[in-house]
Design a protein around this ligand. Structure first.
Ligand SMILES: O=C(O)CCC(=O)C(=O)O
Length: 203
């Protein structure tokens, strides 16, 4: 049995729970987002990245707007550390200044919960990677075009974090980008199902 299947690594619709939705749509959080976006913010979704001790999965290097498909990409994520985090247990790392590059090409990552990754050859080699040590309650805020990733958590320490996503009120979805992303995702989901079925048959 694959023990990785028995644990929760991420929850993509945390805001379905009223407790988390109240945080997402609170004036306090929306005002913080509006300040950085320089226009009124609209709440998108809240997610949980659990990264449990020993078994936390990596998030491959990506830009959020490849998933979000927004024209102008004026959007951001607030990552709230629930557990203290550092490089040891898979803190999020960023490429400084990378949002100025615009949206780079992505390819399928085949990683559960994080299906897209930046095509490596399109990442300039002179970018500086940065990561911070966080205490519980600290936040990181990144633009939807900032290149970021987090490593697997092989340490004995849980690295639970929640995210709150916001976009500017003038921002719209690009239907073509969305179609492209959704077809990539569907292909990976179908392949995973085929592989699971064939593994179960052979076991
Ligand atoms: O928390 C993590 O490990 C990854 C977060 C992330 O990739 C995101 O918020 O887009």
């Amino acid at each position: 049995m694959d023990s990785k299947k028995e644990i929760i690594n991420s929850v993509h619709k945390l805001h379905i729970n009223p407790y988390f939705n109240n945080i997402l749509v609170s004036e306090k959080m929306k005002n913080i987002a509006s300040f950085f976006l320089e226009e009124n913010s609209v709440a998108r979704v809240s997610e949980m990245f659990a990264k449990p001790a020993d078994k936390g999965l990596a998030s491959p290097i990506h830009q959020d707007n490849f998933y979000w498909c927004l024209v102008l990409a004026n959007a951001l994520t607030i990552c709230l550390a629930v557990d203290p985090c550092s490089r040891e247990n898979g803190v999020v790392s960023y490429m400084r200044g990378s949002r100025k590059l615009g949206l780079l090409p992505h390819v399928n990552s085949y990683a559960p919960g994080s299906s897209q990754t930046v095509e490596r050859k399109s990442i300039p080699t002179n970018l500086e990677p940065v990561s911070e040590i966080l205490n519980s309650g600290d936040v990181l805020i990144h633009h939807s075009l900032t290149i970021h990733w987090s490593a697997a958590n092989t340490s004995g320490k849980s690295r639970l974090a929640m995210t709150l996503q916001y976009q500017g009120e003038s921002v719209r979805i690009d239907p073509e980008m969305l179609k492209h992303y959704e077809s990539n995702l569907l292909m990976q989901v179908n392949m995973r199902e085929i592989n699971t079925a064939s593994n179960e048959k052979n076991s």
